[in-house]
Design a protein around this ligand. Sequence first.
Ligand code: UDP
Length: 251
Amino acid sequence: MRNHHSHLRILIAGRAGFLGSHLCERLFDEGHDIVCFDKFLTDTKESVAHLLGSPNFELIRHDVTSPLYVEVDEIYNLACPASPVNYQYDPVKTTKASGRGGINMLGLAKRTKAKIVQASISEVYGDPELHPQTESYVGHVKPTGRPSCYDEGKRCAETLFFGYRRQHRMDIKVACMFNIHGPPMHPNDGGVVSKFMVRVLRNEPNAILGDGTQTRSFCYVADLIDGVVGLMRMPSDITGPINLGNPENAQ
Ligand code: UDP
């Protein structure tokens, strides 16, 4: 087993998205060998163009719901559509990406003895009755609602991660991410930060919906990446789920 200061082979599943791009830059700059895949459904190859041709970078067009056989030391599983428009477009595929995709990435980690981090999301808490949500909160999800393809898929992936750990003693970790913002977020990602910023740029008024008491925990993307990479480097008895957000400015 290599230590974390050495040269690792790292798989990023779901590379082309917002988080995958940031994570890839960070790990590539540290000098690791990066293997990554994406099915390029919701994102283009533009963000990887500058890395193509590097001997430390390999890009595969691949769908996480199919098995993948590569040799790696660490896996970051980010492969799932993440904005409401994208994940509701094909709800069955969204659930498969987390469920079947989770099994494939865990099977790969099991065979290669790789450490694996699951990118989970605050949606696992559903429509929460508790603010801010703590890791001990069990959540409030309706399994038949429109967002459930995403919420329940991510919950199922967490179940699989802990099942594989109990059964196969694997080094798994779950990072639960809250509202992430920062460049180059998509103007139509459906989140409140991009909506407000777009309206400001267009000189349009910003409307506060409802009675304004709703809360969100905002996390800047560079801080989030610190948290995810830091979690991967924790000893094997630290599994999470760990919430990565900001209780200080939950508004
Ligand atoms: N798998 C994969 N890459 C690997 C090993 C496994 O994609 O290097 C996939 C494969 O589809 C397999 C799944 O992961 O079915 C689960 O693997 P596991 O060993 O847990 O289950 P089994 O093969 O016993 O069903």
